[in-house]
Design a protein around this ligand. Structure first.
Ligand SMILES: [Zn+2]
Length: 56
């Protein structure tokens, strides 16, 4: 699954370099405001290919 994360702080969108193949929690640094974005990929998300919102 290809994950796209939108930063809630600055609105910048990021696509993860690696595809996600199982439910997990990911962290990445926003390229816009350099905040740490926490991304939860749930089992339900795995069935859809939709953009995820990031908390913080
Ligand atoms: Zn940001």
């Amino acid at each position: 699954m290809h994950v796209i994360v939108t930063c809630e702080c600055c609105g910048r969108r990021h696509s993860l370099a690696r595809p996600v193949d199982r439910p997990q929690v990911l962290h990445l640094i926003c390229h816009g405001c350099e905040r740490c974005l926490r991304v939860e990929v749930s089992a339900r998300d795995m069935r859809r290919d939709v953009p995820l919102g990031a908390a913080r």
